[in-house]
Ligand binder design. Sequence first.
Ligand code: FAD
Length: 479
Amino acid sequence: MNRRVTVIGGGISGLAAANHLRRIAPEIEVRLLEFGPRLGGVIQTTHKDGFLIEGAADNFMTTSPAAIQLCRDVGLGDDLIGTNPEGRGAMVLSRGRLEKIPEGFYVMAPSRLWPLLTTKILSPKGKLRSGCEVFVPRKRGQDDESLKSFVCRRFGTEMFERLVQPLVGGIYTADPNRLSVAATMPRFLDMEQKYGSLIRGMLNQRRSRQQPGEKSGGAQYSQFMTLRGGMSQLIKALEQSLPEGTVRINTPANFIVPSESGWSISSGAEDPRREASDAVIIAAPATQAARVLSTVDQDLSQLLGGIQYASCAVVSLAFRREQIGNDLQSFGFVVPAVEGHFILSCSFSSVKYGGRAPEGTVLMRVFIGGACQSGLLRLPNMQLLELAHWEVAKLLDIEGEPLMRHITRQRHAMPQYHVGHQNRIAKINQRLQWFPTLALAGNSLSSVGVPGCIESGQKAAERIVAAMRESSTVPMQVG
Ligand SMILES: Cc1cc2nc3c(=O)[nH]c(=O)nc-3n(C[C@H](O)[C@H](O)[C@H](O)COP(=O)(O)OP(=O)(O)OC[C@H]3O[C@@H](n4cnc5c(N)ncnc54)[C@H](O)[C@@H]3O)c2cc1C
C-alpha cells in the first residue's frame, strides 16, 4: 500500500509542501485538506472591469530564489515580470506632503549619506541625531529588542517616526513597540555587532558590493517580481501540478491524534470523518494549527496559539489618469502614524507592473488597519471604500469618483513576530522533535514573505520524507 502524507492548509505554504513532496518522493500519496472553498489562502487575484486586483501579496522578493524557482518548476518561467524600470522608489508622507524616501535608504538604515542629509523628511536636529548613530555603542547582551527600541536607540525618535515606522509598518502591519528585530530583521542586529554602527555597516557593504547597487529609497523594487496573470497564477499552476484527487476543498482538519501506524485525522465540518495518514504537515495559520494539535501535545498547541495576528483591509481604487493631479513618479507611498491619517500606505499597482489596468487608467491599492489601527476595521465595507477614496483624493489631488472600487478584508492574516518570537519558535521545534512524522509550515514561523513560506513548505516536505524513509513505522513517543 502507498504511504500517505496529509497536508493541512492550501495556502502557498501548503501547496509548496504538496508540490515538493510529489517532486522528491513521487511514491508517496499526498492529500491536501483546505478549510475554505478555494486554494491560495490570503493570496487571491481578482479580474474586474479590465483591472487585475491582488487581495494580498502582489509580488515577491527575488533575493531568495525559492519563489522564482518554483514558478519555473511549474512552467511559469516566461510569465515572470519585473517592476517597471521607470518610476522606482517610494514616497513617504511628511508634514502633509509626499516626499521621496532618500536614495539608498533601506528599511531602517541609509547606505548613502548625502540623500539623508538633504532630505526634507528629517529636521536638522533629526539629521544630526541620526548621523550620531556611528557613535552609539553596541548593545550588550542577547536580549531580544523591539523595533522601536532598537531604532530609537541607534538613530533617534525622529528617524523612527518619520521613516522606519511607516516602512516597516507597511511590511508587517505590526506594532513597532512589540515587533522583534531579531525575528524580522536580524541582518541589522548582525551589522550592529560586526561594525558597531548600521551606517558604517551599510556603507561598507555598499562599497564591497554585497549590497546590490540600488539607487532608489524604500523597498528595493528591482528585487521584486510577480506573474503576468497575478499571484493566483502560481496557485493554479501548483494545484494543476498535483494528481487529481489530491486536493479537498471545504474540508477543515478538526484534530489529529497519534496512532499505531502514524496519525488519525478528523476532517470535515458537517460530517466529520477519520482517516489514517503516515505523516502530517500542518500549513494552516498558527491559531488553527494550535487547535488541530490540541489533542497531540498541549505545550506545542499553547506555543502556537500564543502567536498573535493582525488584520487589514486592502482597498483597490481605479481612476482615469487625468483625474489624478499627482505625477505618480514612484511606486506608492507610506504614511507615518505621526501624520494622523487613516491609511497605512498606498501602492500604485499599475505603475509598478504592466498589465494591471486598461490604457489611460491607474489602479492603486490602499491598506487600512493593521495592529495599530485595528478599530477602523469595524467600519462596514462601504465606509472603508469611502475612507480610502477620501484619503487618496486629498493626498494625490484626485478629482471625481473612482472608475472601479474593490475591497478585500484580510482577517487575522498577518502573524505578529513579537519580541520573544524566536524563543517561541525554538521551543516549538524542540517539541516537534518528539514527532518525526509531523511538520509545520507557514508564515507564522520564520518569514511572512512568499519565498519564505515556500521554503517552509519545502523544508517540511523534506523533514517528512527523511523521517518516512528512515523508518517504515516510526514509534511515537511523547515527551
Ligand atoms: C495584505 C497582504 C499583503 C501581502 N503582501 C505581500 C507581498 O507583496 N509579498 C510577499 O512576499 N508577501 C506578502 N504578504 C504575505 C504573504 O502573502 C503571506 O504570508 C502568505 O501568502 C501566507 O501563506 P500561508 O500558506 O502560510 O498562509 P495562508 O495564506 O493563511 O494559508 C493558510 C490556509 O490554511 C487554511 N486552513 C486554516 N485552518 C485550516 C484547517 N483546520 N484545515 C484545513 N485548512 C485550514 C486556510 O483556509 C488557508 O487557505 C502579504 C500578506 C497580506 C495579508
